[in-house]
Design a protein around this ligand. Structure first.
Ligand code: KG4
Ligand code: ZN
Length: 339
């Protein structure tokens, strides 16, 4: 018998993602985004995101089915992001997923968004060697996870104590008058700059900071102060140098802590996911440090690093395979769902 066909719903932030996965094979990954509507606010507006999910939901489900060449009747299970994320946005996805599960009489799985960011890598690189360490960096989260078993046992080693890494990129971009979201333009500008031009602080990396937690708010403030200081003095600001130096400070800390987590836990596989994993310097430095430490690095292609429905279907597929009980039909959403 063929493996079950899993339909995944992702609505934790501004992307309405509907994906179809069979086993670990990606069949389709339809996406609608309300990003353009948030741009002028410099960040995602929850109310706008929720309304956009509602409007995009059914057309995106239909697109996902058509892309995969299947019909609703072929679906064997449904998985939905139940948290963490924006409450209103999550609720639209959970309500829709429940309706489809009830109508089709198939099991429903509520999944954790962070674990789904790890699971998506299996669609491109095959089964994850467990235990693994996962570094998840996006606009909403920055977490270091120990993954003994992706379906049933994922532990958080550390997280940001203030801003998420992507949030820092977005805020620094604003200081530099670059568009939102700030990651891609900073990544591009940094290619022309000198990462050693300005010595920005590396949070929580002192000799006594054994923690796996991250802190990016001091760095963001340091960049803003530096830029303001130059502007006040009437001196030019090199967007390329500030971008490169800021970016280096972020990726230096992320990769150092991820590699240390691998070493401390005797783990030789690292997965990096989330929107910031699309960053070219993060990918290059992580590869360099993993090679030096004998760690196998796995990074999904940039398209799958950002939020999408396939990642939810991928984790759902693992849950079905592991025989994890389906969620009750009163499944809710939890904006700060622990891993
Ligand atoms: O995973 P994602 O699509 O959504 C969240 O769950 O937040 O991540 C979006 C974040 C944004 O903060 C964006 O600036 C950042 O990922 N990002 C990047 C890059 N591409 C996207 N950050 C650094 N470099 C990039 N190339
Ligand atoms: Zn995400």
């Amino acid at each position: 018998m063929s493996q079950p066909l899993v339909l995944g719903f992702e609505t934790s932030c501004d992307e309405t993602g509907i994906g179809l996965v069979r086993g670990q094979t990606l069949l389709s990954d339809a996406l609608a985004t309300s990003m353009a509507e948030h741009e002028r606010f410099g960040g995602v507006v929850p109310e706008i995101a929720s309304r956009a999910h509602l409007e995009a939901m059914v057309p995106t489900v239909h697109r996902s089915l058509a892309d995969a060449g299947v019909t609703l009747r072929d679906v064997d299970a449904i998985a939905v992001t139940a948290g963490p994320g924006l409450t209103g946005a999550l609720l639209v996805g959970v309500a829709a997923a429940k309706a489809y599960a009830l109508a089709l009489d198939v099991p429903l799985y509520g999944v954790n968004h962070l674990a789904a960011h790890v699971a998506v890598d299996e669609l491109e690189h095959g089964r994850l060697a467990e235990p693994a360490i996962a570094l998840l960096v996006s606009g909403g989260h920055s977490s270091l996870l120990l993954v003994p078993d992706l379906a049933q046992d994922v532990q958080e080693l550390g997280r940001t104590i203030d801003d998420a890494a992507g949030e820092a990129f977005d805020k620094v971009a604003r200081v530099l008058d670059l568009p939102f979201p700030g990651g891609p333009p900073i990544d591009r500008a940094a290619r022309e700059g000198d990462p050693r031009a300005i010595a920005f602080p590396r949070g929580l990396t002192g000799p006594r900071d054994a923690t796996y937690d991250f802190s990016f708010s001091g760095l963001k403030t340091a960049v803003a102060r530096w830029v303001e200081g130059r502007q006040r003095a009437g001196e030019p600001v090199s967007v390329a140098d500030v971008s490169a130096s800021f970016q280096e400070a972020v990726v230096d800390v992320l990769t150092a802590k991820a590699v240390r987590a691998c070493r401390d836990h005797g783990v030789d596989h690292l997965v990096i996911g989330g929107g910031v994993a699309a960053n070219s310097r993060l990918r290059a430095l992580a590869q360099e440090r993993c090679d030096a430490a004998g760690i196998v690095l796995r990074t999904p292609s940039p398209r799958l690093c950002t939020d999408n429905g396939a990642m939810v279907a991928a984790l759902g597929s693992r849950l079905v395979e592991a025989g994890v009980p389906a969620a009750p039909i009163d499944l809710g959403a939890d904006s700060s769902m622990p891993i």
